[in-house]
Ligand binder design. Structure first.
Ligand SMILES: Nc1ncnc2c1ncn2[C@@H]1O[C@H](COP(=O)(O)OP(=O)(O)OP(=O)(O)O)[C@@H](O)[C@H]1O
Ligand SMILES: [Mg+2]
Length: 104
């Protein structure tokens, strides 16, 4: 295998060239985002799994899909020791200001 073109480059959060075996989850995310676009309710879902199983790269791809659909989205890492509101408020504030600017 050519070392320069070898797609195997593991590392935390490194986006792989192909998200192997994740079509069903990505399709589920597309469906949820399409429902949200239409103002319909959608069930949220959690990605749970062992270390290195691919949660971060999937979330990154779902963020990209949302942005491709012109939806406002934010990727947030939440360490256990930090209160969730403290983590959520700054990005939500940013999104709200962006939405207000879009409507003006
Ligand atoms: N579906 C996939 N196809 C190919 N490579 C993948 C896939 N999912 C993850 N990987 C690769 O596995 C490695 C670990 O992925 P990632 O960092 O997303 O795991 P994680 O579940 O977030 O780990 P942690 O629990 O440590 O945060 C990365 O190098 C990533 O490119
Ligand atoms: Mg991770």
């Amino acid at each position: 295998m050519d070392d320069v073109r070898n797609p195997f480059a593991p590392g935390a959060g490194n986006q792989p060239p192909e998200l192997a075996g994740r079509q069903a989850i990505l399709q589920q995310a597309q469906t949820i985002l399409a429902r949200v676009e239409q103002g319909r309710h959608a069930k949220s879902f959690m990605l749970v799994g062992l270390r290195g199983v691919g949660k971060t790269v999937l979330l990154n791809r779902i963020l990209e899909i949302a942005e491709e659909r012109q939806l406002s989205a934010h990727m947030l890492e939440a360490p256990e020791e930090k209160p969730l509101p403290e983590l959520l408020v700054p990005p939500l504030r940013k999104i709200l200001f962006r939405l207000v600017a879009c409507r003006a």
